[in-house]
Design a binder for this molecule. Structure first.
Ligand SMILES: [Zn+2]
Length: 462
């Protein structure tokens, strides 16, 4: 008889969705973990096979890879309810961009902590974030144990003037921000046993000058890291780029020579065929934010994007941090847009938010699957719920019926970061209290900018 194998953690499940290319779903399964790695994932073996330091039982549980969010802004939750019903991208320019300029680093830190908490509780085990105060976000991700690619938001205009269509590019501001982005990568890339990765983040095609886009490209190459940017996000951005350069935003970036497989473009909402051709020919990666588009009444041509072979994954963008919502919004919107129920399947939605999103981040060989040799990034979902029974163990069972609040356990890099919905590294009560303190003053500000309609009703204003 062979000796039991020493392992750190054994995670069991009634149902395992490994997200392997064969679309297999395994009943009565277990995952064995040593350090940060999966050493076995499959049907339950004989109970004396493992000598585990810890066992997490799997009765009534699904195990699957943690969700991967390939475009997020953890701290942006301050705008919840403030720009959702505004006129599409206009609310972004008139409310959010103007309010952002007045929010302090301490406030961003407090918002980011709640955003990270929200994302871990929703089942994300990796995020790709671009925002202010990247150092604070990196610290919070390490507190929570969340895997993150992080970029500092680099731009050279006054965001608060863009709603007036005023683009005054300042080399001094652009250089200052790019330097901070570079310093962030130098100081944080690889931190926390590789949990944190840096990216360079030229914010958007219109908020950086051509020079700044080129400099961001060169700095990223020197640092050997990827880039993360917004492209063809709003009609205003497209109009500005067209009026100035005579082409669409993606063709513009291509002509600058800054597109390659190391850049992630978020949105492509208003990209035309020439833009999509440029994106495909340069091998860029694409973050598809299925929740924000319907809210703005527009949807990118995802069928053409897929046909052209552009690799893409599902993302949440800002304010919303829910992968289940992202899957269902994509399913509904793509089917409606195409007028056929076969346009996008629940299987595709689950792959889109795990393995495909990992590919966008360049992590397809280490996360996004529950597979031997992969990093141990996985979640347990409690299926003993009125909205989940009977659980037939199909892809549709998760994509259509599970909710973020069903995620009970999260393991990232082999470490249990959430048990019974409690995120171990973050004090939830304190985190929520810290945010509540900032809201009364910010609520007044939003009102002046045309955001909040009923600021006095915010229960945080005690
Ligand atoms: Zn975004």
């Amino acid at each position: 008889m062979t000796e039991p194998k020493d392992i750190d953690l054994l995670v069991q499940a009634d149902v395992l969705y490994p997200m392997m290319s064969n679309e297999e779903i395994i009943l009565n399964a277990e995952v064995a973990i040593i350090n940060d790695q999966i050493v076995y994932a499959g049907p339950k073996l004989n109970s004396n096979k493992w000598n585990a330091k810890e066992i997490i039982l799997g009765d009534g549980k699904v195990v699957m890879p943690g969700f991967v969010n390939c475009h997020s802004h953890a701290a942006s939750l301050v705008f919840r309810g403030q720009s959702d019903d505004g006129a599409g991208g206009k609310a972004l320019y008139s409310v959010a961009f103007r309010a952002e300029a007045t929010i302090t680093p301490e406030q961003w830190r407090d918002f980011a902590r709640v955003g990270v908490l929200d994302m871990v509780k929703a089942g994300f085990t990796t995020i790709n974030d671009i925002w202010y105060e990247p150092e604070a976000l990196a610290e919070i991700c390490l507190e929570a144990g969340l895997r993150a690619q992080i970029a500092y938001k680099v731009f050279d205009v006054c965001l608060e003037d863009l709603y007036l269509n005023l683009y005054n590019h300042s080399t001094k501001i652009g250089d200052m921000r790019l330097n901070r982005g570079v310093d962030f990568v130098k100081n944080w890339n690889g931190a926390g046993n590789g949990l944190i990765t840096g990216r360079i983040g030229p914010h958007a095609t219109d908020t950086c000058s051509s020079e700044l886009h080129k400099n961001a490209y060169m700095e990223a190459k020197k640092l050997k890291v990827g880039r993360h940017t917004h492209a063809a996000q709003s009609a205003g951005e497209v109009a500005y780029i067209r009026s100035k350069y005579g082409v669409g935003p993606v063709v513009y970036l291509q002509e600058l020579g800054v597109l390659d497989p190391d850049i992630i473009l978020a949105h492509l909402t208003y990209a035309d065929n020439a833009d999509l051709k440029a994106a495909a020919s340069e091998g860029v990666k694409y973050a598809h934010c299925s929740t924000i588009y319907p809210r703005r009444g527009v949807y990118p041509d995802i069928i053409e994007i897929t046909k052209k072979g552009i690799e893409w994954g599902l993302a949440t963008d800002w304010m919303m941090n829910d992968p289940f919502e992202a899957m269902r919004n994509a399913l509904n919107a793509i089917r409606l847009k195409q007028g056929k129920h076969t346009a996008y399947t629940s299987t595709q939605a689950l792959y889109g938010s795990t393995t495909d999103s990992a590919t966008v981040l360049g992590l397809e060989n280490s996360i996004g699957k529950v597979q031997e040799g992969f990093k141990a990034d996985l979640i347990q979902i409690d299926i003993n719920q009125p909205h989940l029974v009977p659980f037939y163990a199909e892809y549709a069972s998760i994509a259509y019926y599970a909710r973020a609040s069903d995620v009970v356990t999260s393991i990232i890099n082999g470490k249990v970061v959430m048990r019974d919905r409690v995120v171990i590294g973050i004090d939830e009560t304190k985190a929520l209290e810290a945010v509540a303190k900032h809201i009364p003053a910010l609520s007044d500000k939003m009102l002046k900018l045309g955001g909040a309609v009923h600021p006095g009703l915010c229960p945080c204003g005690f």
